[in-house]
Design a protein around this ligand. Sequence first.
Ligand SMILES: [Zn+2]
Length: 85
Amino acid sequence: MLKRIRAWVSIIAMLILVILCALIGLKLLSGNYHILMEASICLACIVIVFICAMVRLATYRCPDCGKSLKTDGSYCPFCGKKIKR
Ligand SMILES: [Zn+2]
């Protein structure tokens, strides 16, 4: 459940990021340099996407037994299966 919310948050943040980048680009092209608000929202979205990616990396799960992996090894310490990264 939490995983799905996180996935949605990162997708929405990325979408907003793309839209904002297009908006900033259009504004700059039309000679409007008042993009402080857009730029700050853009930055917030980048931070959200980054945090989501970090959380995802930190809570990487074994595809076989589903246990959370905190080691960098290529084998799961719980079930011994090889992990593809
Ligand atoms: Zn495992």
